[in-house]
Design a protein around this ligand. Structure first.
Ligand SMILES: NC(=O)c1ccc[n+]([C@@H]2O[C@H](COP(=O)([O-])OP(=O)(O)OC[C@H]3O[C@@H](n4cnc5c(N)ncnc54)[C@H](OP(=O)(O)O)[C@@H]3O)[C@@H](O)[C@H]2O)c1
Length: 331
């Protein structure tokens, strides 16, 4: 049985990935052995039937020992710039020494990391991963999914679905967020406002996190890993998405366009604002148009579309008249 280690899958997106993997695995005739690398022993996750290997990313010898039987390492480490950089560089070095065959760093965003300060750690890790690949033959890949579709989930009052119950979600919103923290990114679904990147017409890939996990699970079976594996839930501009939301919610939105100069001027000060504006600038420049590698490789995977997502989480939800609130752009 092929052993796959997930690093940092105890919260957020990674936890949704872990739960989705275990679900698909339970129905597979060729299941994987998944192990979780975590900085603590996580008994609640061990109870789900996954072997938890507590790790200290500053202890190279211990990290190597945890990886000796591992074929593939998937990192979904998040947190600070330093965590993304230091923990992943340590993981990569240990994977190299342990003879791990495949390594996918914590990417899960757009086509590059270079213009986004918060992602500079990701950029360094990716450069290091490619160097290891060249030197040792380890296969490395950048999984790219665009923007999480659950950025349109915050504020829904819909009930928990069967999938959410299976995953332990306490509210419909938690179910819809599927690992994302409540967050109004560009669109505020409750207030009825949109703070667009540019004029909002740039095409962007939006992918639901369980679909990302499903594509990645299937990618584990590929004979060879290309350097980039993109996946697409749906490709829409924010203008397209607004048309869908307005129809589903039955009200008009207040919309603000933002020029590149305006967004550049606002990409300063608070790190949240810098991130928000740097991502919006990148979106106008095409950062959100990730390739469809895994859709083509696995046409039987039918990811959720924006229409399906909006109807599922917003049809029939009572919303008032649109108004710009305190939270105009970033939460
Ligand atoms: N495309 C999008 O729209 C989008 C949106 C959100 C996130 N993402 C991406 O998804 C990935 C996961 O993000 P997330 O927000 O879900 O992550 P997160 O919940 O903040 O963190 C995930 C895990 O990282 C580990 N971690 C945190 N700080 C660490 C440290 N100092 N050293 C070592 N490990 C540390 C923790 O694992 P342990 O405690 O178990 O060790 C934690 O459970 C990231 O690559 C992020 O950029 C993409």
């Amino acid at each position: 049985m092929v052993t796959v280690a997930l690093a940092g899958a105890a919260s957020g997106f990674g936890l949704t990935m872990l739960r989705t993997f275990l679900h698909i695995n339970s129905k597979s005739t060729t299941p994987y052995k998944f192990v979780l690398l975590s900085r603590s022993d996580k008994p609640e996750l061990a109870a789900l039937g996954i072997e938890v290997r507590p790790v200290d990313y500053t202890d190279h010898v211990q990290l190597v020992a945890c990886l000796t039987d591992v074929h593939t390492v998937l990192s979904v480490i998040g947190g600070s710039v330093e965590a993304i950089k230091d923990a992943q560089l340590a993981l990569l070095a240990a994977a190299q020494e342990a003879g791990v065959k495949r390594f996918a760093p914590s990417e899960y965003a757009g086509t590059s990391n270079d213009t986004i300060d918060l992602y500079h750690g990701k950029a360094e890790v990716w450069t290091a991963a490619k160097a290891v690949a060249q030197k040792t033959g380890m296969e490395v890949t950048s999984f790219q999914c665009g923007i999480f579709m659950s950025t349109f989930a915050t504020g829904t009052t819909k009930p928990v679905t069967e999938v959410g119950k299976r995953e332990g979600a306490k509210t419909g919103e938690e179910d819809a967020l599927a690992g994302l923290r409540p967050w109004n990114f560009v669109v505020n679904m409750r207030a009825g406002t949109a703070d667009l990147p540019g004029d909002g017409t740039a095409p962007i890939v939006f992918t639901e996190t369980r679909d990302i996990a499903t594509f990645v699970y299937h990618a584990l079976s590929l004979e060879q890993w290309p350097e980039v594996m993109g996946m697409r839930g749906d490709v829409k501009s924010y203008r397209d998405v607004l048309c869908i939301i307005e129809r589903v919610q039955g009200r008009g939105f207040l919309v603000k366009e933002n020029s590149m100069d305006e967004m550049r001027a606002r990409a300063a000060g608070d790190s949240g604002k810098v991130f928000y504006n740097q991502v919006r600038i990148a979106l106008v420049e095409g950062w959100g148009e990730v390739p469809d590698t895994l859709n083509r490789a696995f046409p039987d995977v039918k990811p959720v579309t924006c229409v399906e997502f909006m109807e599922k989480w917003w049809q029939g939800v009572e919303v008032g008249e649109a108004s710009w609130g305190e939270d105009r752009s970033f939460m």
